[in-house]
Write a protein that binds this ligand. Structure first.
Ligand code: ZN
Length: 277
């Protein structure tokens, strides 16, 4: 008799958690999905593996952002574990890590790992990883919420998905990478792919359901409208206007700094800053 794989979410205190990672416990092994950002939280994730008393057989990454790969060093703890992602995710992490170091070191100090570990095992779109009776199939999305995204479908029935940040669980969102058009297109495609009873394990908050695709689309559209509508002759005021509009749409401060970091990059991208005020 085999037991069904169990999904454990981290950090164990979900309330107010900045970012999620998951441990999938199979008959004889553990598979991690993402690795959190900070040294302490990723160390606690590793302790979660130890507590299960089974070897970590693989780590799967959902996209190229540092809050999902920054904890890899503590998670694998020197073990020779395949860290699996599409080549595009691997390349973006290698390309951007030094820039992330410049941003995150002042914010997080020693909680941003001194030595980062990168994914080391490329996988192609539609290929699967099977550990015991658990099968994970990657969707190589390309640019979406980050510069390269790779949700994982769990199981053969396609009812459970590790979605990464394609849907945020009613928290403010990061759009600064500038791929909102791809993101909106992917929302359309993914929303048509999965049935109504699918459970999405996501990077921030959740779990989410297919009904949340609509919320995510509206969040992005509301943000774009707010950036367009702001008076960019006064940058400071324009930033405040967009932040106010978004907090009207979503009255919470949770992850609002990610949204605030996105305002000027998107204004730049939309050509609203081109007159050099
Ligand atoms: Zn994230």
């Amino acid at each position: 008799m085999t037991s069904k794989p169990t999904i454990h979410r981290f950090p164990r205190e979900h309330e107010g958690a900045f970012v999620n990672a998951y441990l999938v416990e199979t008959e004889s092994s553990v598979v991690a999905v993402d690795s959190l950002l900070t040294v302490s939280e990723s160390r606690a994730l590793r302790a979660g593996v130890q507590r299960l008393g089974k070897p970590l057989q693989a780590v799967l990454l959902t996209h190229s952002h540092p809050d999902h790969y920054g904890g890899l060093t503590e998670l694998v703890a020197g073990d020779d574990v395949p860290i699996i992602a599409p080549q595009g995710v691997i390349d973006i992490i290698a390309r951007d890590d030094e820039a992330k170091e410049q941003i995150l070191r002042p914010m997080f100090g020693d909680e941003w790992a001194a030595e980062r570990t990168f994914p080391n095992a490329p996988i192609r779109d539609g290929e699967s990883v099977t550990i015991d009776d658990a099968t994970f199939t990657v969707i190589d999305l390309g640019p979406s919420e980050s510069a390269h995204d790779s949700p994982w479908v769990f199981g053969q029935d396609e009812r459970t998905v590790f979605l990464g940040d394609q849907i945020y669980g009613r928290k403010h969102c990061y759009l600064a990478d500038g791929f909102h058009e791809d993101w909106l297109r992917n929302i359309q495609t993914l929303s048509e792919r999965f049935p109504d009873d699918t459970v999405f394990h996501i990077g921030h908050g959740g779990p989410a359901t297919p009904a949340d695709w609509d919320w995510q689309r509206r969040y992005i559209e509301t943000f774009l409208d707010a950036v367009e509508a702001a008076d960019w002759s006064n940058r400071e005021q324009a930033n405040a206007e967009v932040a106010t509009a978004m907090k009207r749409f979503l009255p919470t401060d949770e992850l609002s700094f990610l949204m605030e970091l996105s305002i000027e990059p998107v204004a730049q991208q939309l050509g609203l800053l081109s007159h050099g005020h």
